[in-house]
Design a protein around this ligand. Sequence first.
Ligand SMILES: [Zn+2]
Length: 437
Amino acid sequence: MVSSTESPSPFTFRLHTRLRDSPVPQQRIRDNGGQFQARTGTITTPHGPIRTPAFIPVATQAAVKAVLPESMAAEGAQAMLANAYHLFLEPGDDILDAAGGLGTFMNWPGPTFTDSGGFQVMSLGSGLGKVIDMSALTPSPGGAQPAPGHKRMARVDDDGVWFRSYLNGDLHRFTPEVSMRVQHNIGADIMFAFDELTTLHDSREYQEDALERTRKWALRCVAEHCRLTEARADKPYQALFGVIQGAQYEDLRRMACRDLAEMGFDGFGIGGALEKRQLGTIVRWCTEELPEETPKHLLGISEPDDIFTAIDNGVDTFDCVSPTRVARSSAVYSPDGRFNLTNIRFKRDFTPISDTCPCYTCAHYTRAYLRHLFKAKERNAATLASIHNERFILDLVSGARDAIDAGTYFDYRDDFLARYYGAPSTSTVPSETGGPR
Ligand SMILES: [Zn+2]
């Protein structure tokens, strides 16, 4: 969008197949209410293409926890998403700039994303996850409050956010301009505008105020982004996505989409704390309202059913910490559901996690060995389980992509979900939706 040069933009999005145009049986269309937004496409960045829909593994601190980038590439990862807030605090965005940008710094040659830091500034800054008071000096009655025993560490005003580092308590200031400078220094191919995160506990009045702040911040992000793009014309082009907030309110979500669509963003992120049961509805309001030819990213989802909900409703990319997070707790995905490797029944089980999984872990290691590693608290346990889980989700999404192109998406989705959720799960890890990355 904002490249001032005459040359073709190094950032493009090309649609391939729209499910509604593919040879889907009419009955399936009727079964799905005649509406489905699923589509395939290609995002092109200066560091290579991303075929969509795509799962973007999370490398919060310029590392996928316990897994080397070489392993992620071997398992089919196309891009990585890091976190501007964490990298701003440690090692500092100037270090990444000096290193030649995020990808070079972490030895990942492919495309990269950074999220703006807004989510973490306001959630981790409060020290209590999503339940957070983000009112400035006059907390709204019945609004979100810090959990007992937690001190509020983030304060929002119209210009930006004051927050304390979760590492050492130092006071920092984030504004739209600071977020853009930090993200330009980090150098990811796709960045997100700085937005205000609200929670489902905030009042409607507060949501309206926050949305207006986010709109003004989006304009400031675009202005600063344009200035930095010109000032750093020797660097690879970085695309900027606007972030749609508006909580669970249809009118607010649609208004936010219309407002941000006019600002010339390269794509859009759909953000906010979303209730799982409303995820599809809220995403659909946004994808219906936003320009069809722009890529849409759903920020921070969780489980396989959320992935299908996102794809069903026209999301192109999404990130998710669950594969590595649950792997560290010894939980692994399989076509028959999630289970825990530490279960006693695996003590003499010399089969892989999944017979059909082509990942490195399943090619070389048995359930009995992995159980032993977890029991012995060996670090390789997290590495091997994480490799499997990342591959599982990557394959799930590439399978969906192929099925959309082939016109068999609904069969693929329904077969997967029936098998995955039909089997009783032995997992002891609680399900999570979204959360800090
Ligand atoms: Zn595997």
